[in-house]
Ligand binder design. Sequence first.
Ligand code: UDX
Length: 442
Amino acid sequence: MSKVGIFGAGWVGVVTGACFADLGHSVVVRDVASERIEPLQKGKLPFHEPQLAELVERNRERLTFTLDPAEAAGDAEFLYVAVGTPATYAGDANLSYVWSVLDDLPELTGRPILVMKSTVPVGTGEKVRAALDARGLEHVGYASNPEFLAEGSAVGDFMRPDRIVIGAFESAAGDRVEELHAKLEAPVVRVDVASAEMIKMAANAFLMTRISFINEIANVCELVGADVQEVARGIGLDHRLGPHFLKAGIGYGGSCFPKDASALKQLASNSGYHFQLLSAVIEVNELQKRRVVAKLQKHLGKLRGKRIALLGLSFKPNTDDMREAPSIVLASRLLAEGADVRGWDPVASPGELLNGVEITETVAAAVRDVDAAVIVTEWEELRALASEETRASMRNPLIVDGRNLLDPAATRAAGFAYEGIGRPTSPLDGRPETAEPERELA
Ligand code: UDX
């Protein structure tokens, strides 16, 4: 069993640390922020992630948290970097937290390997290698081992990965990182450092491309009367395409996709290449978030003074993460149109991100006397939204289902006007299948 120091007690760092501890390794997670470390030392998570609290509790003996870099790095064989790499104002990845990990490293007497878990632009490994050498740390190895964890299912994603990607400058360092994962059953992809970095960026970009693609298909479906859910099912059965990431909705958000798309676009552009397709993927996503406003206007006319409930505020279910959540764009667009906006989420506390939005404790309180309810995030609790009780309490029974969570026929049968994404529109707005031929004047 190995000793692992992890720098960064964010979501990736804590998941990685807890999972390595569960595999039997001895782990110390270090962060600069006491508001993160102190709750963790008491066994409390500073964010919501299913299964993680149990894992932290179960491995208390092998998993500790500290503010002291020397405690994490002291005799560690692996120094994992799991700090944030947010976008800079220019859209590139901001690597300042990565550099501060290097600055904070104590004197290292053993032969540890610095392992990059954070998503970084291609070329970062080379730079970190040079920086280590410049500091007299030639004896410290370097490897890239990108994370493919999705929030809400991160523990399962770590323990049962589709693949483990390891990029190293020297195969001995790659071998040691591979050994660290020996208990996991998954194909190991051994590549050079630049390719490992690109695998992560390309995988995310491809997932986003699928989402923007199906969202555009959905938008066309609305115009021609097809149902995108059925279309996605039919596409997904083709083994060359597969069923995943074909859920149409109001766009992707989160801590990874938006910033990683921007980082790859800028990386290409800084290298002299205009990544057209990725630019379109990003633009489609921006427009997709705003389409709900037009759907509301179609039914309600001007939104000034109308009351709208946004149901689900986190960027996706099973997380309290509000980063780049479509709810933020939607709320600000609706407020700008003069609507009164209410918001409900079972776990997220949006705080200042949703200034001007009245946050309610329950779905029932959110929908009382509203002109429309918008499903922004597909929380399970919202499956039962189209009830008699909801209808009676709304001022106008309109549901805009931004995640195609509800069954359109059942929702309409329950007395609601229903608008999904890429599905036939509510009969309230039914149109003849073909336009009437214009009469010719004699
Ligand atoms: C993602 C990647 O999946 C993960 O591999 C990477 O390491 C980090 O980024 P995450 O951001 O947690 O993980 O969420 P994910 O489940 O991938 O969803 C991202 C966004 O896409 C969400 O806003 C979700 O609502 C949206 N989405 C996803 C769709 O709109 N349609 C889909 O079919 C799938």
